[in-house]
Design a protein around this ligand. Sequence first.
Ligand SMILES: O=C(O)c1ccccc1NCC(=O)[C@H](O)[C@H](O)COP(=O)(O)O
Length: 206
Amino acid sequence: MIKICGITNLEDLKLIASLRPDAVGFVFARSPRQVGIEAVKKMVDELPPGISTFGVFVNPEKDLVDFAIREAGIDIVQLHGDESPEFCKLFPQRVVKALRVKADDDLDRFKVYEPYVRGFLVDAWCAQSYGGTGKRVDLELAKRLCGMFKRPVILAGGLDPSNLDEVLTCVQPFGVDVSSGVEERPGKKDLKRVKDFIIIARRFGL
Ligand SMILES: O=C(O)c1ccccc1NCC(=O)[C@H](O)[C@H](O)COP(=O)(O)O
């Protein structure tokens, strides 16, 4: 499963869709990649069938998430902040909970989310920003997290075409997610890098 995250414009969306990732992500949280509901709706309307849509939120109000599902056609709610298990429970079968991890984390604390989520996305902890940071997750930590849940785990955090082969040789996640590693600049994707990323991930059966 391959997810290309942080898409901000129709031109990138159409070109990326032609490369057939499994999912695309739109960031509703404050970010250089932030997009509004109307703009996302226009992009989702242009997507061919078979590519699912993730909406990325950080500590959102429930109403905003409901609105994005209803008006913009968001399939999966990616909660990338400090949302509680109870908040995840409000969107049955839709939540992918981002776990932003650092080396000395107590990983067992994430277990409580499992009954309420569809899956997890593992990303690197960063004090300055919630996501899209290009920071890598320690590979031993990623391995432990990928083996720890019954739910699918998507690996993110600093992946790019130059390191994906090495990472996937070491860790076998359900899926991979990338944002800054396939960009020309924040919010503008580099199609060659997206293509290379997808080719490498598919070689590992993702
Ligand atoms: O991408 C952002 O700007 C962002 C901002 C705030 C919260 C989450 C955000 N992105 C979430 C993603 O799913 C990214 O793809 C993930 O963090 C990996 O990013 P990168 O390390 O740049 O590949």
